[in-house]
Design a protein around this ligand. Sequence first.
Ligand code: NAD
Length: 480
Amino acid sequence: MVKEYKLFIDGRWVDSISGKTFKSYNPANGELNGIIAEAGAEDVDLAVKAARRAFESGPWSEMAPSDRGRLLYKAAQKLWENLDYLAELESRDNGLTINETKHIAIPASIDVLEFYAGLANKIQGETLSSPKNRLNITIREPLGVIGAIVPWNFPIMLTMWKLAPALAAGNTIVIKPSEETPISVLELARLFQEAGIPDGVINVVNGYGHIAGEALASHPGVDKIAFTGSTDTGKLIMQAASKNLKPVSLELGGKSPNIIFDDANIEDAVNGSLFGIYFAQGQVCAAGSRLFVQESVYDKFMQAFVDKAKSIRVGNPLDPTTQMGPQISAEHLGKIEKYVQLGLDEGAKLVIGGSRPDIGLNGNYFTPTIFENVSNEMTIAREEIFGPVVSVIRFKDEEDALIKANDTIYGLASGVWTKDIKRVFRMARGLKAGTVYVNTFSMLDSAAPFGGTKQSGFGRELGMEAMNMYTETKHVWVDL
Ligand code: NAD
């Protein structure tokens, strides 16, 4: 029997006011995952009001920070106990392989929750130097109601990046998951409730971006919008939030350069670059989708890179031997195919892939794809494809690499492979990106800030920096 999922508002499972629903399908096989209550603006309004009540007058607002932290640790324990369940659910929702959900995305999400649980009672203001007859202090206070709008590529993880610091700081939250992946975040909310998080602190309103997302972004009762998604949507979010001047943090798209110098350890660079582009089926904001290879090592690197890419096993994401699962939707698959055609039309050489694999499965599968003879001006080197397609570009020397790498509207991540320590720091300084990976790619750490520059957005999630995004400084001036 097909499961039905409701909205989660004020600790209760409710139908939408309109009674509308939408369907959610498994991208691996087209099966119906569930029928989902679809929030409209009125439902979002109810959720925001519930979050406001919980913030102003519920047990959450009365709670000592250490007790809040303890509850978050309890929730983390619940999630560890349900790791297998969440991993499979996430995989069915969005097509990540079971290895990616069970060993990377879900454990990393729980790690983030534990990180912020520990910070709940360590939020500090300052005592400023003042004359003897005066005391100047600052207090860091929660903002209030946070609106979190998340994409489909890592629903639980990208929700947690917002939920955990927001709650640790004492805020409450309304989450709008992607319409492509509405289920796993609902289950996350259920587990938090079971762990004892009070009613109204977490609310989940599934629905479409231009309806429920827009309603949340423009709602006057929301104190901040934390958004992860595409750059185009980020611009709409900013416009909507500007109606009542609420702050926004935007984690947006990318076209990250990954640069292989001729003194790199080639085996490591090949493995890291494969992970950099094909992890999560290429549907990663930080993906190293522009691969710059120094001319002097080009043939050697490419031979190993192409050989290994060819051997990637594409298939059912629940099979533990599968290395690459399906793309999120048939529509997204069509978009990737259009980019492949554009690459060919613009004169790039298709080395491998570019098609749907013949694996007898009724899902949105695509083969690992490599283009070479790409110039930085081609569309496939400029626009975010968000799939398993890498554009390989040659470069001469460090200066050439830096100019080409920075020649993009994006600035999320970047990678450098070299053994030259001085070059490491020159490149780390020179690359315009929120993260510079050196001799690795796409690593994350709960303590390390993550975010972009240029049109990849602004604000930093994770680490201590995120606490600043979910608290506000109040200055208290005391005449003595
Ligand atoms: P998307 O922008 O289409 O949607 C993201 C979310 O915004 C969804 O929940 C959607 O319903 C909602 N939305 C859509 N239109 C809206 C509107 N007008 N008002 C309010 N909300 C609206 O992105 P996607 O396709 O779900 O995700 C892929 C994109 O996310 C890629 O561009 C990727 O680079 C980016 N991303 C960035 C990061 C990061 O940390 N920088 C991480 C993951 C994904």
